[in-house]
Write a protein that binds this ligand. Sequence first.
Ligand SMILES: Nc1nc2c(c(=O)[nH]1)N[C@H]1C(S)=C(S)[C@@H](COP(=O)(O)O)O[C@H]1N2
Ligand SMILES: [Mo]
Length: 506
Amino acid sequence: MTDERLSRIRAALIGLLSVGVGLAAGQLVGALRNPATSPVLAVGSAVIDRTPTSLKDWAIRTFGSNDKPVLLASVVVAVLVVAAASGLLARSRPWLGAAVQVAMLVVAGYAVLTRPFAAASDLVPTVCAGAVSIAALFVLLRLAAPSPGPQGASRRTFVAAAGGTAALAALGVASGRAITDSRSAIDVKLPAADPAAPALPAGLDETVPGVTPLRTPNSSFYRVDTELSVPNLSASDWKLTIDGDVENPYTISFSELLRRPLTERNITITCVSNEVGGKYAGGATWRGVLLKDLLAEARVKNPDRPDLQVLSTSFNGFTISTPLGAMTDDRGAMLAIGMNGAPLPREHGFPARLITPGLYGMLGCTKWVTRLTVTTYADRKAYWTKRGWTTDGEIKPTARIDVPAGLATVKPGRVLIGGTAWAQRRGVVGVQVSIDGGPWTAATLGPDVNVDYWRQWYYAWQSSWPGQHSVRARVVYGDNEIQTSARAGVFPSGSSGIEERVFLVG
Ligand SMILES: Nc1nc2c(c(=O)[nH]1)N[C@H]1C(S)=C(S)[C@@H](COP(=O)(O)O)O[C@H]1N2
Ligand SMILES: [Mo]
């Protein structure tokens, strides 16, 4: 009886170890070619692309920016369950166990091949993963088979083999990661922009502890995209093609781009998935070439037609729709190559991305962009459009409270309440706060950078009674318009409503 149980545990372990070392081999071979083609990442991406919007929304709400690690972990757990099952089946019929592993491979292979722009050679990591896992399955089964020798000896052999397999798997994953890291250094020197963006003032960073810094450092800039591994493009291979309904389609390389006049502007971008009070917004100095100029050279056919859009495509087929007008008017939409004085970090689109002031990121900020196609909304649908999100996505003006933190306890006396507010294309002209449901009162504003940049604010409140208090904040923008109190969730066109925060005086 005990023997029976033990061997089941062993069998399950053999399943886990063999699939584990196979997947590690897949990661390693993937790292050598293209990490996105490793079986784990390919299945993860396939799941992302096929997840219904409501579930994705729920995942972002529940796990925040951990939604991807959680997704990957779920894929891995599912794989481990099947892997253990393959070991258990292999106990009596080895070929059945192997067949289960082959079935897993077919699923992974399908995920690899249904990626946009997939090539047959992308199957290499998956095939390696399969070969290693099935070989490991048979080797471990043989080593674990009861032998006529003393009990202790066969156990030692199995433990050594199992430990060795686990170590190999760990080594595979670690070297895969090391390879990816070593390949991701960026050595590009950007020419200066002329004129350079006005230097950002000091803002309220020092005066109001806890307020959002006026400039978001690249390392803490929010990241939202559908990629599971950070794309690793090379500037020398990169090209941008402008085509579609244009008289003069053309392609431009990175070095040609660097020889063009570069502009620079301070712009705050925002994600449509940002909840009221959320963190998916960031302000940076972007350097690049005006899209207006690039598109003028392509000469759009009948540019006054309604319904015209620019469908931008990233290196792997992800697409975004931007109204043509937002790229050709004078708001300064750009093909950006620099962020806060440095080349774009890989996470933020290296070597080039779009920045369109005033529109949510999913409508004008394509990272790793390689193609701009002038077309109509009727003819082509972008990634998020197919999933029900709006194509008309002006960023909704909002104020955000940064301090005090929710449910924080503050000392009685002078309480500094502060935050940031944005109203791209319109400009922040005021922020008002209401304490404990009282009248709306003007807060003090930080420096005005430009209409497309966020503005810090604070309000020094003399605390009344000890205990629980609440503060609300709303932005006043453009022509003295006031932020709406109407609540909306993020789907399909961005959240609205007024943030309220509770804190304690004690
Ligand atoms: N290629 C690509 N570009 C993309 C996305 C994406 O998923 N893939 N996401 C968009 C969204 S939803 C947002 S909000 C911005 C975020 O840019 P950031 O990650 O640099 O902050 O990128 C946009 N560009
Ligand atoms: Mo977004």
